[in-house]
Write a protein of this length. Structure first.
Lengths: 332, 255
């Protein structure tokens, strides 16, 4: 059976030009994000798109590619931010060490929550992740001496980024954007590798048919735990970026509303697409900006638009566009 | 394919399964030699599917022991069964609908090698691609390899499922009603495929279509009400009065 098939060799259909360009998705995404501060009305909005884009991208690995609807992704976003802030502010760790430490600790948290939650399925999984993430929220609220409680975490301003003798004024919004974009680029590269890897095929198989995947010889529970940790790791990097950006960590980012926002962003942009999370984060934040200018009840309108999307564009903005261009199907 | 084609491959000793108060199987002791096609038949509710699920690890028996190549299988989680050399197809088509035909099979053979690799590029693991294509060729689906599995016809999806089970090169292939829901033409193709498969490996078949089973199998095992009713060559089964009473009589002219 290991010999090549006896029949004639079947050639893959030649990829269209557009699909070939999309093979370089990480590079393309970086180019688009590099232009973002000049395309959007404000630099602050661009930074937020970058940060939430990374958080939602990590979540997409779990929800879009593996099919696990978690309502607790804010726990890892928040953990990344809090661990970064505490490492810098309380222990005087330099920023470049604080970020990997924070990602590591957040991944451990994801392992703990994942061990409990990935044993359950369907709506139970969603509820368990929601409950455990709320537990993290209350721990942060109660441990005020560490986290600042409901005032949020303060006192760890990073104003200068120095690496290899190069100094960058981090208070300048443009500099800040491009430093944070280096993190986003790293996250995108990592995510792209996971999706292209054999493990990327395992999570898709689990999404498509869990029973068949198990019968094929995959340890479904263990694979879910691994993807839960990877997803938490990437989302927590977004949290690190937020801490560096704001120099405070608001308690709200651990709240379940943040988890809900992450779910909305991935559905707006397009689950199961590589760049969709950034499109989703941008659309959500722009909608919020625009609509909140003329009504404080902007959530009603964003919510209504979200419902329309779920009903009529289930693949989101980016997923629908890729389909329209005829390149949506074949991509991992 | 295999060094020993004559020895005992799988032995079930007093297998029983209860669901609450309901006894689905009781005291099934049967052994299967390597290298032949055996069919398991029985009326609806006889316990065929339960027995199959136990043999493939999807269910744990409440009593009895299962030995495969001299190794006890009790307590082994389902996903390890393929690694032992037992692979199965399902009665209701069970594929990965939104993956390509090729990827359906490739991901199945990948399970035996590099599941947790998050670093290498899967398109470069060329041996897996070649093995997947060879399995597709064996079931006559190589020409459709690039299409999404959900767009195949019912008969082709059944064949794809066999390719998924086959690609791990199992010592024992368990097929649960591979011709379920098929028309006469598709059934003919499937029977030809089964005959080719049975040449090379040990196949256990659950089937309803009587003529097909008796023509195809070297041995037939009959279950009834969760118990072993008869076990023998197709001719013995055909003339067994007990079997005629519970099974053959009612499905005269069926299949």
């Amino acid at each position: 059976m290991t010999s090549p098939p006896s029949g004639e060799v079947i050639a893959e259909p030649a990829p269209s030009g557009l699909s070939r360009i999309l093979d370089h998705r990480v590079l393309l995404s970086i180019v688009v994000l590099a232009l973002l501060p000049w395309l959007l009305p404000s630099k602050a909005l661009a930074v937020n798109v970058l940060i939430y884009g990374v958080v939602v991208m990590g979540y997409n690995l779990l929800f879009g590619y593996t099919g696990l609807l978690s309502f607790g992704q804010a726990a890892f976003f928040g953990a990344g931010a809090y661990f970064t802030g505490i490492a810098i502010g309380r222990y005087g760790v330099p920023w470049f060490a604080a970020v990997p430490i924070a990602v590591f600790l957040s991944t451990c948290l994801a392992a703990a929550i994942g061990i409990v939650s990935t044993r359950t399925r369907g709506i139970y999984f969603s509820m368990v992740t929601l409950a455990l993430a709320q537990l993290v929220y209350y721990v942060a609220l109660q441990a005020a001496s560490f986290t600042g409680g409901e005032n949020g975490l303060r006192g760890f301003t990073v104003d200068r980024i120095s690496l290899f003798g190069l100094h960058v004024n981090f208070l300048d919004p443009v500099n800040k954007y491009y430093v944070l974009m280096a993190f986003a680029g790293l996250a995108m590269w990592f995510q792209s590798r996971i999706l292209n890897s054999p493990f990327g095929a395992v999570i898709e198989a689990i999404r498509e048919n869990e029973q068949r995947a198990r019968a094929c010889g995959y340890d479904v529970e263990r694979s879910k735990l691994v993807v839960f940790m990877l997803s938490g790791a990437i989302s927590s990097l977004g949290g690190c970026m937020l801490a560096l950006h704001l120099s405070i960590v608001p308690l709200d980012i651990l709240h379940y509303q943040t988890s809900g926002m992450i779910v909305m962003m991935v559905l707006l942009g397009g689950a199961r697409s590589f760049f969709g999370p950034f499109v989703g984060a941008a659309s959500f934040l722009i909608l919020e900006d625009v609509i909140s200018l003329w009504t404080p009840h902007w959530q009603i309108f964003v919510g209504a638009i979200f419902v329309l999307f779920v009903l009529f564009l289930p693949k989101g903005i980016w997923g629908t566009m890729l389909d329209a261009l005829g390149v949506g199907k074949a991509r991992p | 394919m295999k060094s020993d084609m004559s020895g005992e491959l799988l032995r079930a000793e007093g297998i029983g399964k209860r669901f609450g108060g309901f006894v689905a199987l009781e005291g099934i002791s049967v052994s299967f030699a390597a290298g032949q096609l055996t069919s398991i038949i029985g009326p609806n509710g006889a316990g065929k599917s339960t027995f199959f699920n136990i043999l493939s690890g999807a269910l744990t028996p409440t009593s009895g022991k299962l030995h495969f190549r001299g190794r006890e299988l009790n307590g082994l989680p389902q996903h390890r069964f393929v690694h032992q050399g037992i692979s199965r197809s399902y009665q209701i088509t069970n594929i990965f609908p939104d993956l390509s035909v090729h990827e359906n099979v490739r991901v199945a053979v990948q399970a035996l090698t590099v599941s947790y690799d998050i670093w290498r590029n899967r398109t470069r693991l060329t041996e897996l691609h070649a093995r997947a294509d060879a399995a597709l060729d064996a079931v006559g689906l190589l020409g459709r390899r690039g299409e999404l599995a959900k767009f195949l016809s019912h008969g082709q999806q059944r064949a794809l499922e066999i390719a998924i089970a086959l690609v791990s090169e199992p010592e024992l292939l368990l097929l649960d009603e591979p011709t379920a829901g098929m028309g006469p033409e598709e059934t003919k193709d499937m029977v030809a495929l089964l005959e080719r498969l049975a040449d090379k490996r040990t196949v256990l078949l659950v089937e309803h279509k009587m003529k097909m089973v008796l023509g195809l199998s070297k041995r037939v095992v009959v279950l009834h009400h969760g118990r072993l009713l008869a076990d023998g060559a197709p001719d013995e089964i055909r003339s067994n009065p007990e079997v005629r009473r519970v099974y053959l009589g009612q499905s005269e002219g069926y299949g």
